[in-house]
Ligand binder design. Sequence first.
Ligand SMILES: [Zn+2]
Ligand SMILES: [Zn+2]
Length: 170
Amino acid sequence: MAESGDQESSIIKTFRNSGYRATPQRIAISRYILSSHEHPTAQKVYSEVKKNHPTVSLATIYTTIKILEEIGMIQEFNHPQSETRLDPNMKPHLHLICSRCETISDWLDSGMEEFIAKVSAEANFVVTGLRFDLKGICNSCKDDGVGGGSMTAAGELSRTKDADDSTIQV
Ligand SMILES: [Zn+2]
Ligand SMILES: [Zn+2]
């Protein structure tokens, strides 16, 4: 496929320009992380890459993650309920974190960059990174009828009986 070939050559180029060797394992790890929309853990990357590269080690996974972070291709963030997640989306975006299935979805809004610029200017604060999480119940969990917290129009938290987590972090 032309597309993955393009991605592969751009990974190789970026690695070499930054002084790193682009080994087949590092390329496979990078390709997996960069094309994933699930914010995978290092462990998940390991088990996926291992399918085609049985000799890959967890150490190589961690080294590659460090390189990708250093050259600005991915960012890491801590999931409130589980391990550190990897995120190849470097544009300002929100995370919608489902407290039931732990799915993390990206939400891009064109107003975000404007909002960040406004805060930065008004607070006289140079923004070098951001973290914006909305916790809640995703659409498929909601449809499953498992319940959980929801925000009312008034901004108060209404909860069903088995909601166990009432904190809203922004
Ligand atoms: Zn869910
Ligand atoms: Zn993300």
